[in-house]
Structures are given as C-alpha cells and as structure tokens.
Ligand binder design. Structure first.
Ligand code: SAM
Length: 268
C-alpha cells in the first residue's frame, strides 16, 4: 500500500489512544457481539479492540487496516491470539458474506471513498449482519483542536505552508447525511446520533490525543501539495501544545470535546 498515514503514529499509538479506547465502549454496547459471531474490525489500527473482541466471541475475528506500521504493531502485540489481519482499506475489503458483525472505531473519518467503503463493508456481512461505527463528526469535530490549528494558520512560521493543507477527513454535519450514505450502500439504519462528549484532560494528554489521530492528517505529507518546509512539524506541534496550555482552565484541564457520530446499521 503506497500511503501509510499512520507510519509515525504507530509506535506510540496504544499509549496515546485514550479517546479512541473510551469511545469504543458505547460502540460495543451498540453492536452487542454474540459469543459465536464472526467479527470484522475495519481500520483496526494497532489491534487494541480486535484483541478485546477475541475475548467476546469464539467465532472468527479479523482486523483490516491500510497502515503497514499499525498492522505490524497489532501482529507483534497479539502473536498468541487467533486473529486474522489483512493489509487493506475499507474500500478494498476482499470478503463476501463472511461476517455477522463489523465495526469501525475512530477509523471511518479516514475513509477516502465512503460510498465504496460502506458497500464493501455491507458485502462482507451475511444477510442480517450489523455494522457499527463511531467517529468524530461535523466540521466542528473538536473545537479545541480547531482553535489550536487556527493559531497554526495565523502564525508566521507555519501560515504559508498551512494555507495549502488539504483536509483528508470525511466529516458530515448531520445525522441525515450519514444515514443517507449508509442507506445508499443498502444498509438499514437502526441508530444514528451525533453526541457531544467532553473529556477534560491536562495539556500533555490532549497533545497525546492529538498525536494519536489528528497529527496523521495535519502533518501528513500527502495532505500538502509540496514537501513540508524544514521545521514545520516541530513548529506546528509547539503551537498546538502552547494553545492547549492556554486553553486549560483554572483546574489545569483542557475541556477537550468531540462531536461523535454513533451508527448502527443492518444488512437487510
Ligand atoms: C485513529 S486509528 C483507530 C484504530 C482503531 N480502530 C482504534 O480504535 O484504536 C485510525 C485507523 O484508520 C485507518 N484507516 C485509514 N484509512 C482507512 C481506510 N480507508 N479504511 C480503513 N481504515 C483506514 C488508519 O490506518 C488507522 O489505523
């Protein structure tokens, strides 16, 4: 696979992915995995949740991800577990009616071609199979990240290069838009809600959260038309860190808030 946006994030992903890990709880509650179900983790990353699913079912468990570095971490950490891993994007899933349940935790926003990805996920499911997803949503997906990035856009060291940044994420502003996309792929939508989840945390932890996902976009070479200038990534990170420090309240915590879409759909 040519593009590995998570090559840099992979090494420390598991330690930093606190928001992804906690957001998985309501996702698992929605999906309600049965003890013999075959389950597919779409955009499994370092395999943290794939390993948890291994403990929920005695059926087949598979994880797919287009990042070689993330998958290598997953394979290394879970060698002893009976989990299949595949290097592939959601759009390229090679499965045909093989799973009872599929889920995408904090990975759907990275789908490059959502209609194709949802069609491929539906095709991977048996009739009656379920797909659950949770991901940051809306153009204001995390106001504290956006505030920090506005400072990157303003400051002299970063403004010129940042002006050419091309957003790699797929965000929709309403539940209806997500619903239509899933229905367009043939799913019946059972649950679609955009929730606002606030998780106050110290600036250093907020920086870890930023590094575990957003940095792969904001500092990804493929999101800029020209090579990044020397020192850009360092300056970007410093400005974001300083912004988080300024955004902390009297309690020392940044009120990090994510707008998240929670979806459950069925393959009729
Ligand atoms: C923030 S990580 C989430 C990983 C894992 N699901 C978790 O909850 O810890 C996002 C993952 O989405 C993957 N990804 C990027 N583009 C994708 C695509 N088109 N299809 C599936 N996964 C993709 C990335 O490689 C990365 O591993």
């Amino acid at each position: 696979m040519a593009l590995d946006r998570f090559a840099q994030a992979a090494a420390e992903y598991t330690r930093r992915a606190v928001v992804q890990a906690s957001a998985a709880e309501p996702l698992f509650a929605l999906l309600n995995i049965g003890e013999a179900e075959d389950v597919l983790d779409v955009g499994c990353g370092a395999g943290n949740l794939t390993a948890r699913v291994r403990g929920m079912t005695r059926g087949r468990v598979a994880g797919v991800d287009p990042s070689e570095a993330m998958l290598a971490g997953a394979r290394r950490a879970r060698e002893e577990l009976d989990i299949e891993y595949y290097l592939c994007a959601a759009e390229e899933l090679p499965f045909n009616r093989e799973f009872d349940a599929a889920f995408a935790n904090s990975s759907m926003q990275w789908f490059a071609d959502p209609p194709r990805a949802f069609a491929a996920i539906r095709n991977a499911l048996r009739p009656g199979g379920r797909f659950a997803a949770q991901a940051p949503a809306t153009s204001g997906y995390c106001p504290q990240f956006l505030r920090a990035v506005e400072e990157v856009a303003r400051q002299g060291e970063t403004a010129a290069a940042f002006a050419s940044f091309k957003n790699p994420w797929f965000f929709r502003d309403s539940v209806e838009e997500y619903r239509l996309l899933l229905e367009g792929a043939g799913f019946r939508v059972i649950h679609a809600v955009i929730e606002r989840v606030e998780t106050p945390m110290p600036p250093d932890t907020a920086m870890d959260v930023f590094e575990s996902g957003a940095a792969a976009g904001y500092l990804g070479a493929s999101c800029y038309p020209a090579p990044l200038p020397d020192g850009y990534a360092e300056a970007f990170r410093r400005i974001v860190r300083e912004s988080f420090q300024r955004q902390a309240g009297a309690d020392g915590l940044v009120p990090l808030t994510f707008n998240r879409i929670m979806l459950l759909a069925r393959n009729p």
